[in-house]
Design a protein around this ligand. Structure first.
Ligand code: G1P
Length: 287
């Protein structure tokens, strides 16, 4: 299976930081966010990845490319561990790139993958969402898709006041954690939300989605919404929602990014203990 990683958004919530730097390159401890996404795809057995980029996103390509100069310097200085790590990152997967020339929304970005993907189911993994789980979340979706066919999207319950930040589904529960989707709404007001199950940003989609995207007019914010195309798809084929096993981190806004950085740093065996000590002292000083 191929994976498509949309990474073309302008990162408005992180300005001025993202004026000249992709939000997908925001560091979470010592790795850029998008590296976690690529690593999840690779851990799920996906070797062919298409990243949808745009203006100002060159550093993403450079990150997954070889750097002979850096490799030579590290080699000459005996920094074998660092050398191995940057080579691993450059050789992890076959990565292709296509640029979204005008920011027309997530749906439009996914449509740019049509030619590369062809006529097979494929994964979509948002470039600003990190999943941590024993079995890669995308693998969990692939498992359901292999058994049930159709399309499968990752969902999780979100707080009432947060439904306006997510695509929200309504589905009929068919087995533990699995829903057959009847309705999808992009970022509804809490009073209009059909449930509290939010779309978290990992999808395994039938190639029929491309035809639906072509028929989807601009929606919320004047952008072509993937959620709107999924609504069309759900009227023609089965679309399932899976409440996956694992933790999801949304890097899309400042608080989400800070919380993620903090939590993953606390999990790190080297950084965790001294950071915890520092945070305790900091909180004691402030209370
Ligand atoms: C996108 C999708 C939305 C989904 C969200 C997950 O929105 O349009 O349906 O719930 O990702 O992060 P964005 O966060 O790009 O505005």
């Amino acid at each position: 299976m191929k994976a498509v990683i949309p990474a073309a958004g302008m990162g408005v919530r992180f300005l001025p930081l993202t004026k000249d730097m992709p939000k997908e390159m925001l560091p979470v401890v010592h790795k850029p966010t998008i590296q976690y996404v690529v690593e999840e795809a690779v851990a799920a057995g996906i070797e062919d990845i298409l990243i949808i980029t745009g203006r100002g996103k060159r550093s993403i390509e450079d990150h997954f490319d070889r750097s002979m100069e850096l490799e030579n310097v590290l080699g000459n200085n005996g920094r074998q561990k660092e050398l191995d790590e940057i080579k691993r990152v450059a050789n992890m997967a076959t990565i292709h790139y296509v640029r979204q020339k005008v920011p027309r929304g997530l749906g439009d970005a996914v449509l740019l993958a049509k030619q590369h993907v062809g006529d097979e189911p494929f994964a979509v993994m948002l470039g600003d969402t990190i999943n941590l789980s024993a079995v890669p979340v995308v693998r969990q979706l692939m498992g359901v898709q292999a058994k049930m066919g159709g399309s499968v999207i990752a969902v999780e319950p979100v707080a009432r006041e947060k439904v306006r930040d997510y695509g929200i589904i309504k589905g009929e529960s068919i087995s533990d954690g699995l829903y057959e989707i009847e309705e999808l709404v992009e970022k509804p007001a809490p009073e209009d939300a059909p449930s509290n199950l939010g779309i978290t940003g990992t999808y395994v989609l039938s190639p029929r989605i491309f035809d639906c995207l072509e028929r989807t007019p601009p929606g919320r914010g004047g952008e072509v919404q993937l959620t709107d195309a999924l609504r069309l798809l759900s009227q023609e084929e089965k679309v399932y929602g899976l409440q996956f096993q694992g933790r999801r981190y949304d890097i899309g806004d400042k608080l989400g990014w800070l919380k993620t950085t903090m939590e993953l740093a606390l999990d790190d065996p080297e950084l965790g203990p001294p950071l915890q000590e520092h945070l305790r002292a900091l909180m004691a000083r402030r209370s």
